[in-house]
Design a protein around this ligand. Structure first.
Ligand SMILES: Nc1nc2c(ncn2[C@@H]2O[C@H](COP(=O)(O)OP(=O)(O)O)[C@@H](O)[C@H]2O)c(=O)[nH]1
Ligand SMILES: [Mg+2]
Ligand SMILES: [Zn+2]
Length: 414
């Protein structure tokens, strides 16, 4: 039996392909009912490693994960388990009988003209079919590869995907796939910008990943606690961690999100310490450390020293994806992400007199009333409006108010 077969509850031929997706939908939290989502964004409700760990049908699956050995060594020296690479039942359920000879491989690096992947046998450069392009793949994707030719035959449906629209860019860019936790990194200096953090949060919520805000450079700030409290107020239940990526303790502070089989991605402007953090998380076993760079003193802007996207093993287990820095980020198709971010506004809307209230000038508007009464921050309301309007303008298909698509209409092709 191949290892991937051990991660499937039933034989592939009896399994409906999208079973996990429907399970995911049934488990959506009752508050803030989420519209029906595409397979790749079934997200949070179907966390792989936790489900695998909890499964009585799959005893001992993680027992072969070597927690003590840095995974970067495990990958090159011995064979890592698929669960250690982030594989779960969500992916196992997508396999078909004809896939038995193919090798499940995780995309580890995306260059302009080539891809490399990690499998149980180590790192391999992958070859693409003539009509395929590297831009169709994201770091963290699971693909099926032919054993000898290393030809990439098929990509599995994503559990989560982070994509972004860059100002002036043509279409959305894939940043990372199958990410459990998004570390949104910002510094306690001129880089700290609430409206930009809200954009990242909307993106993370929409992608189905858990956002965590990491505040760096507290050692250079006069009042680091003020940054911490401002960040924590951005979204209900949001975790905010202040750390110095240059110090080894940073890895311990993030251990809760970095267990075996877990994948985290780093997002944020250039110069905030993302690559430094990758190097700290990867530890001394890392073969090719990320390049890091100094920032300009007057505006805290960094240089783009990270160009390719890549997957790095975390010394204590799990994987981290560094992404190139970006200052501007446009939102599109993130209605659900915005609703989660601004839950206090979303929850007031049903109390408005008109069902399609825009919360601008209508009589009986509960949102305006809360703003006037001082229970809703007017600045937050203004930022919600700006982001919602931008989202609506950038979202091509709209069948509901403010860019919210009808449940049946939702579903991006992946
Ligand atoms: N003082 C201080 N410097 C830091 C901290 N985090 C990162 N740096 C420095 O900031 C610079 C930019 O870091 P880098 O990792 O290249 O940022 P990236 O562009 O986000 O990948 C480097 O010189 C780091 O050593 C911190 O918490 N405190
Ligand atoms: Mg960098
Ligand atoms: Zn209203």
């Amino acid at each position: 039996m191949q290892e991937w077969q051990k991660h499937s509850r039933r034989a592939p031929c009896f399994r409906p392909r999208h079973k996990s997706i429907f399970i995911g939908l049934l488990r959506q939290p009752a508050t803030l009912a989420k519209p029906r989502r595409a397979a790749h964004t079934a997200g949070r409700a179907d966390r792989p490693s936790r489900e695998v760990r909890a499964s009585p049908i799959l005893p001992g699956i993680l027992s072969d994960v070597s927690y003590a050995v840095p995974l970067v060594e495990a990958v090159t020296a011995s064979s890592p388990s698929l669960a250690g690479l982030g594989w779960s039942e969500f992916f196992g359920d997508q396999l078909e009988p004809g896939d038995a000879d193919l090798i499940p491989t995780r995309i580890a690096m995306v260059h302009r003209d080539r891809l490399s992947g990690l499998s149980q046998t180590g790192q391999t450069d992958l070859s693409l079919a003539p009509q395929a392009t590297t831009g169709d793949y994201a770091v963290g994707d699971w693909v099926l590869v032919e054993p000898h030719s290393h030809l990439l035959r098929r990509r599995l449906t994503r559990k989560t995907v982070l994509e972004r629209r860059v100002q002036g860019g043509r279409g959305p860019q894939l940043a990372a796939a199958n990410v459990d936790t998004l570390f949104i990194v910002t510094s306690c200096n001129a880089d700290f910008n609430i409206a930009r953090l809200e954009r990242y949060l909307a993106l993370a919520n929409e992608a189905g990943t858990t956002p965590v805000i990491l505040l760096t450079k507290a050692d250079t700030a006069e009042d680091a606690e003020a940054y911490q409290s401002q960040a924590a107020a951005l979204q209900r239940g949001l975790a905010v961690v202040t750390l110095n990526p240059r110090i080894a303790d940073a890895a311990g502070a993030l251990a809760a999100w970095c267990g075996a089989g877990q994948t985290v991605a780093l997002i944020g402007s250039s110069g905030v310490g993302k690559s430094t953090l990758v190097n700290t998380l990867a530890g001394s076993a890392q073969q090719s450390p990320q390049q890091t760079g100094a920032i300009r003193e007057h505006d805290a802007k960094g240089r783009h020293t990270t160009t390719a996207r890549s997957l790095h093993a975390i010394a204590g287990g799990g994987w981290v994806i560094d992404t190139p820095g970006m200052r501007t980020l446009q939102v599109s198709d993130v209605a659900y992400g915005i609703d989660t971010l601004f839950a206090e506004i979303t929850e007031l809307a049903p109390l408005c007199k008109f069902r399609d209230c825009t919360h601008m000038h209508e009589p009986g508007c509960a949102v305006q009333a809360a703003s006037k009464a001082g229970t809703l921050d007017p600045e937050r309301l203004a930022r919600w409006r700006k982001l919602s309007d931008e989202n609506q303008n950038n979202t091509p298909v709209q069948t509901g108010p403010r860019g919210a698509k009808s449940p049946a209409g939702r579903g991006k092709r992946r």
